[in-house]
Structures are given as structure tokens and as C-alpha cells.
Design a protein around this ligand. Structure first.
Ligand code: NAD
Length: 513
């Protein structure tokens, strides 16, 4: 850890103190059990955070609710100015925060920096948005009337996030919610509690300087039980939850029971279709990065490769060959491509999936396995694997959050590939590799990909801030980040104003007194 300046990164955020875990501003308080954070990079103990009790949570929710009442009266551009300053801090602290993300979560340092860059980008977007929260105007059917709609702040937004993007997902939600005039209560993943604390500290320092009311950025810590305080809380009109489909189904039902709104960003099972007209070199780069990047722990990771039979052998051999070049090891060492899985449970899931695909008749092309010895002491380093498999296999239908790539063949026309691609329950990201305009347009048409993200000649993995991010079916249907995703953080109001001395009724109804 010394070699990689982790202590310096920890110091930058002062996260060696006690009682971290619950906060409505610069002060931290927490009375629950300790959650210990171990690095998957080297197995070292990094620090501990106290989880949030029900009483702690009550304090947070009440403060956030009070804070919201004041915050909603700030003008949106004034709120944007606070987000602009927050962004300055992110730029200043990009290196230590990126390093902490890399060390606590296990992604490469480059990816850690990339994640902080996403935070910076969404803040830029949010600042501009703070002057563009537009409503429409309509023509009233009644003479002397004006009709328009406006967007008001929604309230206290609950954000529940996953371990694999421990900081970016928070900012995708909060940067928009803050300019929209909402307060946010965030429960990060219990697997990455220190990065959550670091983010809260950055926000709190800027908010305090600007006299932002307490509770606008609030943090709670713990496992699903703390999540349930939020999903059951009627004071939270919106729950934005990122994680597994299993979690999303529970959250959706709990929140629906009280008629709250949900924004769900759940699992993917993303495929690249490789047609006879694909550029093979780019296909290999896109597929390999998509399958092994972040050790296969992105919601947009490439899980399936659907290859036309005419180029199948060529593509398969090129990818198997490329896997030989992959360097697995400490993600803070820039020479390595692939770091560890998040924890040993995840390693178990990976091994089970490899067993399962063999049992179902899959043919392993690149063997997996857990790495041992010097540099691999955490027990979380695994070899990226490839198996020839069929789409209907149970294991192929399931998202295994690890670097396993399933390759399958299609014959005939693009319609056959499309059927395979759409033939899973998840609907997050998808891609086609082709130089054939007809195939590309078919893929993008109403009959084509059923995913929230559909790419041509780039892979499935990663996305830009400017577009709305999310997916259909078991992926949950939510959209966050760019485009008009901001609307879910606000409530819409339709206003009709009569500026005459008469009171005409709509639909020509007469009501004479
Ligand atoms: P997870 O579902 O185990 O946990 C996610 C979060 O939900 C955690 O904070 C957890 O404490 C909380 N949680 C779990 N059960 C809950 C409940 N009943 N009520 C309230 N909160 C609850 O997921 P994970 O292992 O951290 O992350 C991996 C998963 O996240 C993968 O499936 C991945 O595809 C998905 N993911 C999706 C996106 C997306 O944008 N679509 C982005 C990142 C990750």
C-alpha cells in the first residue's frame, strides 16, 4: 500500500477517524456495528466505518426533510453554483479519490480516475442544466387562458448504489437532484464504505462554505437493512437503486406499496453481434476490453459474443489469442490489465459459473482459475475465461459478475442474431460490429435491439454522460445521467391561468347559476 501512496489518499479525506458512516453535513455520527473495509488488491485492512442505526436514520431523514424545505427556495442557478464549486474540489482531488476507488474496489487506477472524471462530467452537465429545467407551454382551448407546465423540486431522494461504481453512480444522481432542488440520502455499497465517506466529506466541505442547509447531502451506511429504512420511508418520494435484479425486484415492490417512485439500474447480460462485414481488429479490441475490463464487473461488461458462422473461427481464434496477452495483477500497477474481483464470494460465484457452463455442455476455450502466490495474496485474482456456449443455457441467461465470456454462433441473416441477443431477460447494453448499413439500421430499428443502449462499431462497455443511461426488462427501466433524465428528480405541475372576467369551462360545459 505504501508504494502506491494509499496512506496519502486516506489522509486526504481524513478517513482514519471513528464514527464515520452517518452524516448530514460535515459532522459524522453513527451508533451501529463497525463495517471493516479490506482491499481486494492485497487483502489489507484499510479502515472501518460504523453502520447507521434506525435512530441515526431517523435523525438523517428528519434533517434532510427540513433541509429540503429551505433548499427548494434557492434558485436553480444558485444551486448550480454550489455544484460548480463541488466540481472544482473533485478536479483538485481526482488523483487521491481515483486511487482510493481503485484500492477499495479493485479496478485499475486508470478506471478509478475515469470514474472520478465521470463525476466531473456530470457536474458540468448539471451546472448547465441548472439554467435549463424547461417546461412546455400549451395553447388553452379556453379563450383568455394561458396554460403551461413547470417542474418543481421533488423532495428527499434516496440513492442506493452498488460496489462496482462506488462513486460515479452517487454523483450521476446527486448532481442532477441537487440542481433540481432535492435533498439526497445516499447508502453506498457496504463493500466500499470508505469511498462513500470520502465523497460525503468533499460535498460537505463545499456545502458548508456556501451555507447550504444541513441534510442536502446525507450519508447512511450499512447493508440491505439500512436500505430498507429508506425504501419504506414515505418521506422519500423517489428511490434510485443500482445493483442486482434480485435487489431491484424487492426495492420496486416495497416502494410501489407506498406509491413512491423508483429509478432502477439493474443487471445486464450484454452481447456484441459480429456480422460477416465486421472489422475484425476492432471487434477483438471491443470484445476483450468489454469482457475483462474492471474484471468483468461492469453492468455493461460484454458477456456474450454472437458471431456469424462465416467469420466464427477467425474471431474466436483472434480473441483466444488476445487473452494470452492479458496481464492480471495489482490494479494500481499500470502495466496490468485486470485486477481482482471484489471479494471471495464473488470468486465463488465465478467458479460455480465455470462449473455450470461445463455441466450444461459448454466448451471451455480459455480456462479460468484462481491465481495464487506472490501478488495474489487476497485470493480475489482470477483468470478471465472464455466458453463456447448456447444462449438457452441457464448460466448464459444469468448475469455472473465476473470475467467470463460466452461465444456462440449464428447462421443466416441478422434476424437470427437479433433473436439470440434479445433472448435474455436483461436489456441494458448491446452492440453490433458491421460495415453493412442494412444490418446496422436493422439492429437500431424497432425490430432490433431491445436494450436501453445500442451501439454500432463500438463495444457494450462504458457510456458517456450526455446520454440517458439505463435499460429495459430485468435491467429495471430507469434512466439516469444525461438527456432528460433530470425529470425524474422533479415533480411536474400543469398550470392554467384565466386572465378574463369570465369563467368558461373546459370541453364547452355550461353551468349557469
Ligand atoms: P447488490 O444488489 O448486491 O447491492 C446493491 C445495493 O443494494 C447495495 O447498496 C445493497 O446494500 C443494496 N440492497 C440490497 N438489497 C436491498 C434491499 N432489499 N433493500 C434495499 N437495499 C438493498 O449489487 P452489487 O453486488 O453491489 O452490484 C452488482 C450489480 O449491480 C450487478 O448486477 C450489476 O449489473 C448492477 N449494476 C447495474 C448498474 C446499472 O446502471 N444498470 C450499474 C452498476 C451495477
Amino acid at each position: 500500500a505504501k508504494k502506491y501512496d494509499i496512506d496519502k489518499a486516506l489522509e486526504a479525506f481524513g478517513i482514519k477517524d471513528e464514527n464515520l458512516g452517518t452524516s448530514t453535513g460535515a459532522e459524522f455520527f453513527s451508533n451501529g456495528e463497525f463495517i471493516e473495509s479490506f482491499s481486494p488488491v492485497d487483502g489489507a485492512h484499510i479502515g472501518k466505518v460504523k453502520s447507521t442505526t434506525k435512530e441515526d436514520y431517523e435523525k438523517v431523514a428528519a434533517t434532510a426533510h427540513e433541509g429540503f424545505k429551505a433548499w427548494r427556495k434557492w434558485t436553480a442557478p444558485a444551486r448550480g453554483e454550489v455544484v460548480r464549486q463541488f466540481n472544482d474540489e473533485l478536479r483538485r482531488l481526482k488523483a487521491p479519490l481515483g486511487k482510493l476507488v481503485s484500492y477499495e474496489m479493485g479496478k485499475s487506477y486508470q478506471e478509478g480516475l475515469g470514474e472520478v472524471q465521470e463525476m466531473i462530467d456530470i457536474c458540468d452537465f448539471a451546472v448547465g442544466l441548472s439554467r435549463q429545467l424547461y417546461g412546455l407551454t400549451m395553447h388553452s382551448e379556453r379563450p383568455g387562458h394561458r396554460m403551461y407546465e413547470q417542474w418543481h423540486p421533488l423532495g428527499v431522494v434516496g440513492v442506493i448504489s452498488a460496489f462496482n461504481f462506488p462513486v460515479a453512480v452517487w454523483s450521476w444522481n446527486t448532481a442532477l437532484a441537487w440542481v433540481c432542488g432535492d435533498a439526497c440520502i445516499w447508502k453506498g455499497s457496504e463493500k466500499t464504505p470508505l469511498t462513500s465517506v470520502a465523497c460525503q466529506k468533499i460535498a460537505a466541505s463545499v456545502f458548508e462554505k456556501n451555507d447550504v442547509p444541513a441534510g442536502i447531502s446525507s450519508l447512511v451506511t450499512g447493508d440491505y437493512k439500512v436500505g430498507e429504512y429508506m425504501t419504506n420511508d414515505e418521506r422519500l418520494p423517489l428511490i434510485s437503486a443500482t445493483g442486482s435484479t434480485r435487489m431491484g425486484k424487492i426495492v420496486a415492490q416495497t416502494v410501489a406499496k407506498r406509491l413512491g417512485k423508483t429509478l432502477l439500474e439493474l443487471g445486464g447480460n450484454n452481447a456484441i453481434i459480429v456480422t460477416p462485414d465486421a472489422d475484425i481488429k476492432n471487434t477483438v479490441i471491443g470484445a476483450v476490453f468489454g469482457a475483462v475490463g474492471t474484471c468483468g464487473q461492469r453492468c455493461t461488461s460484454t458477456r456474450r459474443l454472437i458471431v456469424h458462422e462465416s467469420v466464427y473461427n477467425q474471431v474466436r481464434d483472434a480473441i483466444v489469442d488476445a487473452y494470452k496477452q492479458i496481464r492480471i495483477g495489482n490494479p494500481l500497477d499500470e502495466n496490468n490489465h485486470v485486477g481482482p474481483l471484489i471479494d471471495k464470494d464473488s470468486v465463488k460465484n465465478y467458479l460455480n459459473a465455470l462449473e455450470q457452463v461445463k455441466k450444461e455442455g459448454g466448451n471451455v476455450l480459455v480456462e479460468g482459475g484462481v491465481l495464487e502466490g506472490e501478488g495474489y495474496e487476497s485470493g480475489c485474482y482470477v483468470k478471465p475465461a472464455i466458453a463456447e456456449a448456447e444462449n438457452h443455457f441457464k448460466i448464459v441467461q444469468h448475469e455472473t459478475f465476473a470475467p467470463i465470456l460466452y461465444i456462440m454462433k449464428y447462421a443466416g441473416s441478422i434476424e437470427n442474431a437479433m433473436e439470440l441477443q434479445n433472448g435474455v431477460r436483461q436489456g441494458l447494453s448491446s452492440a453490433i460490429m458491421t460495415n453493412n448499413l442494412r444490418e446496422a439500421e436493422y439492429f437500431l430499428s424497432a425490430e432490433g435491439s431491445d436494450c436501453g443502449i445500442a451501439n454500432v462499431n463500438i463495444g457494450t462497455s462504458g457510456a458517456e454522460i450526455g446520454g440517458a443511461f439505463g435499460g429495459e426488462k430485468d435491467t429495471g427501466g430507469g434512466r439516469e445521467s444525461g438527456s432528460d433524465a433530470w425529470k425524474i428528480y422533479m415533480r411536474r405541475q400543469t398550470n392554467t391561468i384565466n386572465y378574463t372576467t369570465e369563467l368558461p369551462l373546459a370541453q364547452g360545459i355550461k353551468f349557469d347559476l
